[in-house]
Design a binder for this molecule. Structure first.
Ligand code: ADP
Ligand code: MG
Length: 270
């Protein structure tokens, strides 16, 4: 089975005015078809940079990204990207917002439009299809963003903190909806989050990243009892707290090491 995503020894350097920033270095991992994998780590450890390279929006400085065995050379129809902000156009109705990806690809056929209506129904949004985004709550707007992402039927979803702007209850509901929808449709997903419980509750595997430069610190397999449930119920499984404490202490060690490094650099810099 060819991996859905194959990141092979990838590094990315940003060149700013006077200095170069090594954003990520020597990152390698794979995402298998149908798998749900999370990347977690503190802000600045290169999560968004990694997603941008996988999405073909930016070429790696070194290394290669593959999608189903083909090297990434630019944006691919196999990928759908969902962000923290919904980026709905305020002057377009919900259904017209959901059509955007199809329009951009010249795929706005009767069949695809029907599929969008079906998705809106699945997401409990069909009654709002002619409303404007301003009339919807934050959670509903993120559901529209999910419909828009699924409308083009991508194989892989890249999710960059899609729940982090939502209130807690809405976030938990949407986690379940996203997990169930992607599972039913057999999609592969790569989720970026800084919420440890969300990563454990949603994923098959987790990569913990560390910053300066961004590297993979550890890979964590999520136990079967947690994986078998949707995210809300997963939080109540026997191994959940144990795994949470394990990942939490990894974060604490990482932030302690980071603080020590900053102190040293600060001292040397003067
Ligand atoms: P994360 O998503 O984990 O917060 P990012 O991928 O956004 O991390 O950033 C990783 C590192 O690269 C950070 O040190 C950040 O400051 C730097 N960086 C990100 N984008 C740029 C850019 N366009 N130019 C220069 N540096 C950048
Ligand atoms: Mg980011």
């Amino acid at each position: 089975m060819k991996p859905a995503i194959d990141v092979q020894d990838v590094s990315q350097v940003y060149v700013a005015k006077k200095k170069a920033v090594l954003a990520v270095e020597h990152i390698s991992f794979q995402l298998l078809p149908g798998e749900f994998v999370s990347l977690i780590g503190p802000s600045g450890c290169g999560k968004t940079t990694l997603l941008s390279m996988i999405a073909g929006l930016m070429a790696p400085t070194r290394g290669v990204v593959g999608l189903f065995g083909e090297p990434v050379t630019g944006p691919s129809p196999k990928i759908g990207y969902m962000l923290q902000q919904d980026y709905l156009f305020p002057w377009r109705t919900i259904v017209d917002n959901a059509y955007i990806g199809l329009e951009l690809r010249g795929q706005l056929t009767k069949e695809r439009k029907d599929y969008v209506h079906h998705l809106l129904e699945e997401m409990g949004l069909i009654g709002f299809k002619d409303a404007l985004p301003a009339q919807l709550s934050g959670g509903m707007r993120q559901r529209v963003a999910l419909v828009r992402t699924l409308a083009t039927d991508p194989d892989i979803l890249l999710l960059d903190e899609p729940f982090s702007a939502l209130d807690y209850q809405t976030k938990l509901q949407l986690e379940d909806l996203v997990a169930e929808t992607l599972r039913d449709k057999g999609k592969s997903a790569l989720l970026v989050t800084h919420d440890i419980t969300e990563a454990i509750a949603m994923s098959d595997r987790i990569f913990i990243l560390q910053p300066r430069p961004g590297r993979i610190r550890r890979e964590v397999e999520v136990p079967a009892d947690i994986r078998a449930e949707l995210p809300f119920a997963a939080r109540e499984q026997a191994h959940f707290q144990e795994l949470f404490r394990d990942v939490w202490s990894e974060f604490e060690q990482m932030t302690a090491a980071g603080a020590a490094m900053k102190r040293r650099e600060g001292g040397e810099g003067r």
